[in-house]
Design a protein around this ligand. Structure first.
Ligand SMILES: Nc1ncnc2c1ncn2[C@@H]1O[C@H](COP(=O)(O)OP(=O)(O)O)[C@@H](O)[C@H]1O
Ligand SMILES: [Mg+2]
Length: 361
């Protein structure tokens, strides 16, 4: 055990983040336990793993401490590579018996180590992701109060009767911006919430989408004088849905249509009954969505992975449609987009009029 641990420690020391020097005990922390587990697996292959009181294996605990110490994931993997190399090397230097028994043992050693590695990697990414989500959640939450203060100030300017018209205009522009920022923060919070696995919570009540869509369109008209926003409803479009969440769907889709549609052309919102479903669609004219954006339009992370750049003129986080789709799925509905040069862009959402109460927790 000792020579293996020494080799591991030397290696970990050579790659540790320079801003935080660790002592020997920290560097060796779980190596001994991981090796003991590997050895136990070699002796008794079908034995169940040893876990601590919280149900964690040594490899999982090891990953947690590495996240805390600022190791990157490839450094964690490198540590395992070093451990494997060191064991195989010491093994090879021993007097060779070269029986099949040893070959068999070696492949079982590799299996056991791979399993520990897989556990460490899985834990590392979960822990890292959770801390990112918490970080995002805290930013989103902490920005609310100062934003609220700004919004009140802007409204005060906007409504003050003795101010000159330039100030009033400035106030209303500032207020528009705070409304946009609020929408972005709401999306951010929902995004982190949906990634923690709970999904988007919905509360159903009876809601008339003709009234709701008109109300939201009216808010947009007040904020965007000069834009034409048309609403139309057909048939009975009230259902048992989450009014606030459906409002968010309209908000995001209309906001996009105004932002990306061709200036000077109207945005049309159609809400209609179709049997047991309600169909809502938001349409704008303008150049079609480029195929590379359209491919992963509901999945911001994949778009970024695909190389979408955060250009300076980007005003939003790119989470809007992701949230819209999450809300649609939580209502057991579907969403589609069609976008061509001639027909413009239309997002279409189909929602059952009443979702099954078992899922609508
Ligand atoms: N109505 C639309 N017309 C053209 N492009 C759109 C439209 N709606 C969305 N898009 C494209 O899809 C992308 C993702 O939209 P969204 O998820 O709302 O994020 P964001 O608006 O924050 O960028 C947008 O950046 C834009 O390129
Ligand atoms: Mg958007």
């Amino acid at each position: 055990m000792e020579p293996i641990l020494q080799g591991w420690e030397d290696f970990a020391r050579s790659i540790q983040p320079s801003h935080r020097l660790m002592d020997t005990i920290e560097l060796r922390d779980h190596a001994r336990e991981i090796l003991e587990e590997v050895a136990a697996e070699l002796a008794l292959p079908n034995q169940s793993r040893t876990r601590d009181a919280q149900g964690n294996t040594a490899a999982e605990i090891h990953a947690d401490t590495r996240v805390e110490s600022g190791f990157s994931i490839d450094q964690v993997v490198a540590e395992y590579r070093a451990l494997r190399a060191s064991v195989l090397n010491l093994w090879g230097r021993r007097e060779k018996t070269a029986t099949w028994f040893e070959v068999d043992d070696m492949s079982r050693f590799n299996d056991a180590l791979d399993r520990a590695l897989a556990e460490s990697v899985a834990r590392y990414s979960t822990t890292a992701r959770q801390s990112q989500d918490i970080f995002l959640g805290v930013i989103g939450h902490d920005l609310r109060a100062p934003l609220h203060a700004l919004s009140l100030g802007a409204q005060y300017l906007m409504r003050s009767e003795d101010a000159d018209s330039k100030l009033i205009q400035l106030g209303s522009r500032m207020f528009n911006s705070t409304v946009r920022m609020q929408a972005i923060l709401d999306n951010l919070l929902d995004f982190t919430r949906s990634r923690t696995g709970i999904g988007i919570p919905i509360r159903i009540e009876e809601v008339d989408l003709a009234v709701l869509s008109e109300q939201i369109a009216e808010e947009f008209r007040a904020l965007n004088p000069g834009k034409i926003i048309k609403t139309h409803a057909e048939g009975n479009v009230s259902g048992w849905l989450d009014a606030g969440r459906i409002g968010q769907i309209y908000q995001n889709l209309i906001g996009n249509a105004l932002q990306y549609g061709m200036a000077g052309t109207p945005v049309s919102i159609l809400t209609r009954e179709d049997g047991e479903e309600i169909i809502l669609s938001v349409h704008n004219d303008g150049p079609p969505i480029p195929p590379e954006v359209k491919k992963n339009i509901f999945d911001p992370l994949r778009r970024f992975a695909d190389g979408e750049k955060c250009t300076a003129d980007r005003k939003n986080l790119g989470l809007g449609l992701y949230i819209v789709r999450e809300i649609v799925l939580a209502h057991q509905g579907t969403i589609n987009v069609s976008s061509t040069q001639d027909m413009g862009t239309t997002f279409t959402v189909r929602l059952p009029k009443s979702i099954k109460p078992t899922i609508a927790a």
